[in-house]
Design a protein. Structure first.
Length: 470
RNA sequence: GGCGCCGUACCCAAGUGGUAAGGGAGAGGUCUGCAAAACCUUCAUGCACCGGUUCGAAUCCGGUCGGCGCCUCCA
């Protein structure tokens, strides 16, 4: 099936044609590990995951590269900017290296719990300083750089296509409108490739370079590492929509200036998660992490389902009301899956009827046309609710669909019955006796009591069943 | 000030000019001692508003109002 993706470069839907037949190289901007990821950040990695799984679903072999930015970069906060890693270090009393290690681990814990597949390569910036230096040297040799005030800058005026991705030529930019312009810059939009003149004292992450002891600019790591693992040209580069005007624009400039040819064919950007009024941001107000949601009784996969319910290029409105809806839907999906498993086993694809095939076809078409996960979910529900389709067909198609949804439904098992403490068991038994006596008032009182203890009671023809509320 | 995106039911949300997907909530029903669960039925003559193009517009064009993002680190 042909895949179409919306390419930010050109702002249009385009047929996806990889550079190499069945192989796709994709680079996704990863986290800066100076704090926990918030659920808005995580939306981006869920998008990466859906993209990767979709490519794999359609038979591509994907090399998925993601950076771990463990070199400090500037904060915002209307001050003159502080190094994020240093700030975190100062606040916690840990070394910057410890901070990076700690939050890297936290990050992987989060994405694992969201069933986001681990990237083929996760590369730390600090492990690739020499690659960055080599790339800066290439730029220097080709005359794209200048030194000023101890720093090495990229000169955007030497690169005619600068700003193509962000359509900057159409913009009346007010550089420095909100932040003082670095007086060393020849053009306000020039950017630093290598710092030797740190404006921060006690900068503990420093490396030797041909330009002196210092540290790399923010953008160079993505160019250096992506080219190292994917080659000087590759298929897809993704990231948050916020990266279009600065980060990705600068990446393109330095990469294409260094190699003298086109770098990336498809640029894909996810929109933001909106909470209340405005995006979720580490620096302002609402900062919800996955563990906050877990503490409130949601599972990470509730958030995964929530995220799949909106298209990646649309802002998604977060509220607990809509997260509740997602949780309920996910629970219903699990219940249906378990009941189907009790009734049937999957059948070979060759035994699928026309209707089942139609739903699967629509699902595939939805994903193939710019990753329309809400439409894909809708097809799944119509499949599950269609009375003309047998349980075994449903299971077969459901498992297939789940390859992209990523709930691991095939491995799903009835929650193992935890051993309840004796007191609770006694209450359940007492209630059963009351019911035998037809002492309904007593039975209902006990049911309420159990509910307060987090135990839900269901009286079925096969006897009383209970489940523990999460 | 410039650039971009968006406005679909109570909430979230899809919609590629051909007559409004899906989920959750709600309502009614079957079943049940009552519940719960399950199942059945129901839930936008309407897509911010006003014009226009068209045989036909949520979709295209213009305007108005409202929201969001970016131009600064950021997913």
């Amino acid at each position: 099936m042909e895949l179409h993706f919306y390419n930010t470069m050109g702002r249009s839907m385009q047929l996806f044609t990889p550079l190499h037949d069945h192989h796709v190289g994709m680079y996704c901007c990863g986290p800066t590990v100076y704090n926990y990821a918030h659920i808005g950040n995580l939306r981006a990695y869920l998008f990466d995951d859906v993209l990767r799984r979709t490519l794999e679903y359609f038979g591509y072999d994907v090399t998925h590269v993601m950076n771990i930015t463990d070199v400090g970069h500037l904060t915002d906060d209307e001050d003159e900017g502080e190094d994020k890693m240093l700030k975190s270090s100062r606040e916690t009393g840990k070394s910057v290296w410890d901070i990076a290690a700690f939050y890297t681990e936290a990050f992987f814990h989060d994405i694992d719990s969201l069933h986001i597949k681990r990237p083929s390569v996760s590369c730390k910036a600090t492990d690739h300083i020499q690659d960055m230096i080599a790339l800066i040297k290439r730029l220097e040799d080709r005359g794209f750089t200048y030194e000023a005030g101890g720093n090495i800058y990229f000169s955007i005026d030497k690169f005619p296509d600068y700003g193509k991705l962000s359509m900057r030529d159409k913009q009346n930019l007010h550089a420095g409108a909100r932040i003082a312009v670095d007086s060393n810059k020849r053009n306000p939009h020039d950017f630093v490739l290598w710092f030797t003149h740190s404006k921060f004292e006690h900068h503990s992450m420093l490396w030797d370079s041909p330009w002196g002891r210092g540290y790399p600019g923010w953008h160079i790591e993505c160019s250096a590492m992506s080219m190292k693992y994917l080659g000087e040209q590759f298929d897809i580069h993704c990231g948050g929509i916020d990266h279009i005007p600065i980060h990705h624009t600068n990446e393109i400039a330095q990469s294409e200036a260094a190699t003298g040819r086109k770098w990336v064919n498809y640029w894909m950007h996810n929109e933001f998660l909106i909470i209340g009024k405005g995006k979720m941001a580490k620096s302002s107000g609402e900062f919800l992490t996955l563990s906050v949601l877990v503490d409130k009784g949601y599972t990470p996969l509730d958030y995964r389902y929530f995220s799949l319910g909106g298209h990646y290029r649309s802002q998604l409105q977060f509220s607990y009301e809509s997260l509740d809806a997602a949780r309920k839907a996910r629970e219903n999906l699990y219940d249906r899956t378990l009941r189907l498993k009790e009734d049937a086993s999957p059948c070979p694809f060759s035994q699928l009827g026309d209707k089942a095939r139609t739903y699967l076809g629509h699902y595939e078409a939805a994903l193939a046309y710019d990753l329309n996960t809400p439409k894909a979910l809708s097809e799944m529900w119509m499949l599950l609710k269609d009375k003309d389709i047998s349980p075994r067909e449903k299971l077969t198609v459901l498992y297939k669909m789940d390859e992209v949804f990523g709930f691991n439904l095939e491995q799903l098992e009835q929650a193992s019955v935890e051993v309840l403490d004796d007191e609770i068991m006694d209450l359940i038994k007492e209630r059963e006796k009351a019911r035998e006596r037809r002492d309904w008032a007593k039975a209902d009182t006990l049911r309420d009591l159990l509910l307060q203890r987090g135990i839900s009671i269901k009286d079925t023809p096969e006897g009383t069943k209970w489940t523990k509320n999460v």
